[in-house]
Design a protein around this ligand. Sequence first.
Ligand code: SAH
Ligand code: SF4
Ligand code: F3S
Length: 444
Amino acid sequence: MLYHLTTYGCQMNAHEAEILAGVLEDAGWTPAPGPDEADLVVLLTCGVRDTAEQRALGKMGELKRWKLARPGRLLAVGGCVPQQPGAVERLSAAFPHVDVVFGPPNLHRLPALLETALATGQPVLEILDDSGAIPDDLPVRREGKVRAWVTIIHGCNHGCAYCIVPAVRGRERSRQPRTILDELSGLAGDGFREAVLLGQNVNNYGRDLPAEGRRVDFGDLLAQADQVEGLARIRFTTSHPANFRRRFLEVMAGARRVCEHLHLPAQSGSDRVLRAMGRGYDRAQYLELLKQVREVLPGAGVTTDLIVGFPGETEEDFEDTLCLVEAARFDGAFTFLYSERRGTRAAAMPDQVPPAVRGERLARLNRLQNQISLELSQSLVGSTQEVLVEGPSDRNPARWAGRTRTNKLVTFPAGAARPGDLIEVRITLARTWTLEGEAGGKRS
Ligand code: SAH
Ligand code: SF4
Ligand code: F3S
């Protein structure tokens, strides 16, 4: 029996798709080249913004014809959308052709749920409490061979006014340090070169662990991960500015494998908006953290997330965001139009910003950030960077691609490089989001 898996959303979902693939293959399913050949299609949905949710819902609707085209086909829908309060009822009413609805905490149960659906001929809807944790010992079928994702903490204890994630992913649950370190060693043994530690807020790692594990915080975990032989690089995402401690920077500075890149979502540059969002820091505190980053880790890459058009955002608030972007000089930013999410505090706030105003602000913000990204990229022309080789570039397979320690994408003629090599690349050309270079010597 053949399955096809489509994933939306963040790296957390993408990694859970790898676990789900492992679980399905363990249960006897094999990957199909595409949905047409598949007996089972699984969608792992994302609900962080309306656009993401609509994409998944649109696909669910489209797949009705796919399902009816051949008797016995199965359609399963998981990920974050079904986990929203009241969503299962809405989904099963709107999409009666869906056979199984499940969520992140019970993704390993999909084979059993499919069997029940087949045996009864009825839809199976199993949504567990969001506080469950995916078991540690599941098989994983990883997408790449160079970089591997490792979840270190599930859930999020912040309650940012606009965000659906705490409602669908529950409270913070850290995995045991030993389990994580064993997984890292196993990855090194399997030939992986880079591990990316994942969590909605990795900086709170360990805070919820029982007494004997509590001494391990994020800094300790990073320091221990840095000792794992065989890995060349360690990254992590996402950091919450309110929970980032100077000590983490010191650990990074003293580490060999931990890369000098931080993703520090600012969301806004206006104190009024930051307060309304409930982010737990103001503009000055954010800039102070950046100053520390640049003192302790000179040359580190810093990227961010910004939301435009949060309810009540005035032109002046928006200009504060532009001004933060100028002061911070981020290497890159993911910029989002505010999207109203059912059940969040922000959805009930007055003064929703008209869509045309949101759009115009987003365009201005992107223009400014793109110019800064380009300037920072250009400043690297002529320098030599350590690049971890990934393989042929998606855009132009004639060239190969890899990343600098600061997480910038570099393409270069493949030459003798092999995926997983650490090589020196001399940067010859800068674009806004990518660099081009010439491959030099091999480091390891
Ligand atoms: N836990 C991470 C990321 C959460 S989701 C963090 O706190 O940084 C990724 C990004 O999506 C957020 O940083 C935010 O910029 C954006 N986002 C979340 N909810 C949103 C909404 N309702 N509308 C627009 N953007 C949103
Ligand atoms: Fe959402 Fe805020 Fe938690 Fe990030 S920190 S996942 S934006 S609630
Ligand atoms: Fe989306 Fe869920 Fe990630 S809502 S951003 S897939 S945690």
